[in-house]
Design a binder for this molecule. Structure first.
Ligand SMILES: [Zn+2]
Length: 193
């Protein structure tokens, strides 16, 4: 490794996800232009992220995404389908062939929360999986997550219930919001109804 100032791995990942500001992106690009070490590390990062993307196809991997990431993705022409069910309510949703990102936005008052978990449940309230300790901006008033687009395009019609819960130090849970997504399949193919 000959690089004297290697780019931070998290910055490389954000660079690939297009989540950097324009100024940050320019400085990374300038560095990559002359640094083979960091170029190789970027390729490793991409390979790892592609691996994660493959895992995401089973639908068990959801990611919380920042508004900055979504804004930048939209600016770069990424087609985003976003649903924002009311807190305590539901929304009819689907995904189309041309969509690149499927995003659910969960509105809630996040002020005062120390740790927030996102629980994904079936309509009977049984938890399918949980994202513990998700990143959030206490003043934002909402949390956005992306569902695996590959999974969604292949998924049958189904209903999922997202729950935001705030965790206190003793492990107690407080419900911040509950949101029901009635996903209806509109693409033909395996699993279609
Ligand atoms: Zn370097």
């Amino acid at each position: 490794m000959n690089c004297s100032a290697p780019i931070d791995p998290a910055v490389l990942a954000d660079y690939w996800l297009a989540a950097l500001t324009e100024a940050e992106q320019e400085s990374v690009e300038q560095h990559l232009f002359t640094c083979d070490d960091c170029g190789a590390r970027l390729r490793e990062t991409v390979a790892m992220a592609e691996g994660i993307r493959n895992i995401a196809q089973d639908g068990t991997l959801l990611m919380v995404v920042s508004d900055a990431f979504l804004k930048r993705a939209a600016e770069q022409g990424v087609r985003i389908r976003e649903y924002c069910p009311p807190n305590g309510g539901s929304v009819e949703c689907t995904v189309r062939a041309e969509d690149d990102l499927l995003v659910g936005r969960l509105e809630s008052d996040l002020r005062g929360a120390k740790r927030i978990d996102l629980r994904i449940c079936d309509p009977g309230g049984v938890e399918r999986f949980r994202l513990p300790d998700i990143p959030f901006d206490p003043s934002a008033g909402s949390i956005a997550f992306q569902q695996s687009i590959t999974y969604s395009k292949a998924a049958p019609s189904e209903t999922i219930v997202a729950r935001l819960v705030s965790m206190d130090d003793s492990g107690g849970e407080r419900l911040l919001g509950e949101y029901t997504f009635h996903h209806r399949r509109t693409l033909p193919g395996p699993g279609a109804w």
